[in-house]
Write a protein that binds this ligand. Structure first.
Ligand SMILES: Nc1ncnc2c1ncn2[C@@H]1O[C@H](COP(=O)(O)OP(=O)(O)O)[C@@H](O)[C@H]1O
Ligand SMILES: [Mg+2]
Length: 321
């Protein structure tokens, strides 16, 4: 399979002013991140809040500028030329956590979905109207003829998120960047929405970047995963492999945070409890070391991603068994 998207050595730092002081500090939101995504695959970015997940999406869509690094889409570097920006914005659509971030509450559903088609000048009026109905069918918002006349507040949370999905699908994107798309939904409708995304992903072979802090949904939807910790990838590989046989103590800690204690295994598995998050991380060496129960002297120098299995990489000197 060919790579549809490549991210090379991406960096984005923010200067943070300290309150009541003239000092400032640097937040390394994204610090030298490299990965590539194959056409038609669901690639998961997972990590706690503040690890840089949303920043990666914004950098890919060029809604913010990287300090360093390259974004390569279909073998072409996306620089700031208008034609390249257009190409990435037509082919990559985003779904955000909160539907109201991407839909205007004062617009009817029909106009919400028409908007991207109009912005990108797709087809004629009749074709655009037809596409609106088509995508609403796709996301199973029925009866479509009634839905199009409604306003967002007249729909349920789950229906609103389907509108967002329909809007993202309208342009027939090659990539969908889904930033915690189900985390605001009621648990009862979360599975339905994920199932729908999975069906559409398969039907149209859409490449997905699925952002989540929920490893259970990651496993359900994704094929490969990258675990982010304070702007760095600490572990990456096929999802089953990474989650069934994690090598990085941070990955293990994320898994432990969601798993019920297994009475048969209680002595076998040493649960990793990590200390409270330090948002800015350690300045030197491994950023996780001050929270890591396995930290050793060597962790004062930054570990690089090393191969630990087939397509499985981990940035840790210790590496769990
Ligand atoms: N515009 C900004 N100005 C300053 N700091 C920012 C800005 N956007 C994000 N950050 C910081 O960058 C880090 C990563 O943020 P983000 O990508 O939103 O994380 P996530 O989506 O994983 O929760 C956080 O420490 C956040 O505070
Ligand atoms: Mg985020």
């Amino acid at each position: 399979m060919t790579d549809i998207l490549k991210i090379e050595h991406l960096k984005k730092y923010y200067i943070k002013k300290k309150i009541f002081s003239s000092e400032s500090s640097v937040v390394k939101a994204i610090d030298d991140i490299t990965f590539s995504i194959k056409k038609g695959e669901v690639f998961v970015l997972a990590g706690e809040s503040g690890s840089g997940k949303s920043t990666i999406i914004k950098l890919i869509l060029k809604s913010i500028q990287a300090d360093e690094g390259k974004i390569i889409f279909e073998n072409q570097e996306i620089d700031n030329q208008k034609k390249n920006l257009n190409k990435i914005r037509m082919n990559c659509q985003m779904i955000q956590q909160d539907p109201y971030d991407s839909i205007n509450p004062r617009m009817q559903i029909k106009d919400i979905i028409l908007e991207p088609l109009e912005i990108h000048n797709v087809g004629n009026k009749e074709e655009r109207n037809k596409r609106v109905l088509e995508v609403l069918h796709e996301v199973k918002l029925e009866p479509v003829e009634e839905i199009i006349k409604k306003y967002p507040h007249m729909l349920s949370g789950g229906q609103r998120q389907r509108v967002v999905l329909a809007r993202a699908l309208a342009l027939k994107p090659k990539i969908i960047l889904a930033d915690e798309p189900v985390s605001m939904l009621d648990v009862s409708i979360r599975a339905e929405m994920l199932e729908l995304m999975k069906q559409l992903q398969k039907k149209y072979n859409i490449t997905f970047i699925y952002i989540t802090h929920d490893l259970a949904t990651a496993k359900y939807f994704g094929q490969r995963i990258a675990i982010l910790y304070l702007g760095k990838i600490v572990e990456t590989g096929p999802i089953e492999q990474v989650l069934n046989n994690p090598k990085h103590p941070y990955t293990q800690a994320l898994i432990d945070a969601i798993s019920e204690p297994d009475p048969d295994n209680i002595n076998k598995v040493k649960k990793i409890r990590i200390k409270e998050s330090l948002v800015e991380g350690d300045i030197e060496g491994c950023r996780f070391k001050s929270r890591c129960p396995y930290a050793i002297e060597q962790c004062k120098t930054e570990p690089n991603l090393e191969k630990v299995g087939n397509e499985h990489f981990c940035a840790c000197y210790v590496k769990l068994n």
